[in-house]
Each structure stands twice: as C-alpha cells, then as structure tokens.
Ligand binder design. Structure first.
Ligand SMILES: [Zn+2]
Length: 72
C-alpha cells in the first residue's frame, strides 16, 4: 500500500483525529474495515504537544471516490 502524506491535523475534524472517521474522505469507519495509520505527534498553537490517531478506509479505491464526492 502506498503511504500518502497525511493532511495537516488542523484541517481535520475531531472525529478524524480520533480515528472514528477516515482521515481522507471523512466517512465513518467500522472496526475491521479500516487501516491504522499509527500514532502521530503534533504541536498545538499554544505549543503543547499531543498525539492523534489517524485511521483510513481499507479500500483505497472506494476512499478516493468518497473523497472526490466530499469535495464537490
Ligand atoms: Zn476514506
């Protein structure tokens, strides 16, 4: 699987940061149908470091279609 560069955490919703929705397309994820992208470290505007946990659709083709639809 090609690893895509993650979008800036500031552009994501709370649910995306917590891994409840796909990082790319924003669709709700169900256990077993998603991919764990690993813990990410980020720094908030106030300088505090924190972790976020991106997850994504396992079906990258479907994800790309959903992502394209979300941008329309
Ligand atoms: Zn997706």
């Amino acid at each position: 699987m090609t690893v895509r560069e993650l979008p800036p955490v500031s552009s994501l919703t709370e649910q995306q940061r917590r891994g409840r929705r796909c990082t790319w397309c924003g669709y709700p994820l169900a256990p077993g149908t998603d991919v764990d992208l690993g813990e990410q470290r980020a720094t908030a505007k106030n300088g505090a470091a924190y972790s976020w946990f991106p997850r994504a659709c396992a079906d990258t083709g479907e994800c790309a279609q959903q992502e394209a639809q979300a941008r329309q």
